[in-house]
Design a protein around this ligand. Structure first.
Ligand code: HBI
Ligand code: FE
Length: 284
């Protein structure tokens, strides 16, 4: 029996970092997953995939179907065959959270880091760190959508400059409010495409159904200025009119002047409207 894959390393980060390569990649070590872990994945999958039918955007649902991963923790190599044919992305296994610069470099080269460990039984509903369920179930289906695939590469390429300019927080909010917690309007209805929402049963319902939470039209600068919480439901969601809007709004945008303007400002509190802003209602 191999040692359990979920441990706290000397760094304080959960995951087994020892033996990782310089770029923090590891083997997935798929054969080390136990039957109990595959069973846990199946239950997580069954619960979330039912919700996805009614709450996720069409691209996500199409992507998930192509990945064929209902039966247990998937082998990343199988997903890579699908990804390489569709958008040229590739999954790499990592022990858990990795340094910002390393994360950006993977994305810039169309490699998506996927955490290899699975949450414990008592964490089915909530987890603050990414695990294989969040990373795979939440993110990988959207890697099959060209607009998202291209945006993520662009985000990766923007990383080094943001770090250099002391504006990482601004750039990271763009990822947070789209890739992790983004909503998109589809045939007049609100749908989810953010992985942080789609890997949580409770937030999937909340983000779409709650009548009072603030939903604002996506605007890159407004997003970059807005703070967020990592341990509670979001207080603001940003809504795209379409997935390609994400890349259309950002490609060719010069971030340097924005960084200089906003990098020293405290973030706008989530959940608050600026003068003149109009929230989008629940589109039921
Ligand atoms: N590492 N594994 C992993 N997953 C992430 O989502 C991640 C990361 N390292 C840095 C990071 N995200 C963010 O702080 C950057 O997007 C800024
Ligand atoms: Fe994530």
């Amino acid at each position: 029996m191999k040692k359990p894959q979920t441990q706290t390393s000397g760094s304080g980060l959960r995951g087994e970092y020892e033996g990782a390569a310089d770029d923090y990649t590891v083997g997935q070590d798929w054969h080390a997953y136990t039957p109990a872990m595959h069973d846990r994945w199946r239950r997580l999958y069954a619960r979330q995939s039912a919700l996805v039918e009614t709450h996720a955007c069409a691209s996500y649902r199409a992507g998930l179907a192509k990945l064929n991963c209902a039966q247990g923790i998937p082998q990343f190599g199988d997903a890579n065959a699908v990804l390489s044919a569709e958008t040229g992305w590739r999954l790499v296994a990592v022990p858990g959270f990795i340094p910002d610069a390393v994360f950006f470099d993977h994305l810039a080269h169309r490699r998506f880091p996927v955490t290899r460990w699975l949450r414990e039984e008592h964490e089915l509903d909530y987890l603050a760190e990414p695990d294989v369920f969040h990373d795979f179930f939440g993110h990988v289906p959207m890697l099959l959508t060209p607009a998202i695939a291209d945006f993520l590469e662009l985000y990766g390429k923007a990383g080094a400059r943001a770090i250099e300019m002391g504006a990482l927080d601004l750039l990271a909010r763009l990822y947070w409010y789209t890739i992790e917690f983004g909503l998109v309007r589809e045939d007049g209805e609100l749908r989810v495409f953010g992985a942080g929402i789609l890997s949580s049963a409770a937030e999937t319902r909340f983000a779409i159904e709650d009548r009072d939470v603030l939903r604002l039209p996506f605007d890159p600068v407004r997003v970059m200025r807005t703070g967020y919480m990592i341990d509670a439901f979001q207080k603001t969601y940003f809504v795209l009119e379409s997935l390609p809007q994400l890349i259309d709004d950002l490609v060719g945008m010069d971030f340097a002047p924005l960084y200089r303007t906003w990098r020293n400002d405290a973030p706008l509190p989530a959940g608050e409207l600026l003068p003149g802003e109009k929230p989008l209602g629940v589109i039921a």
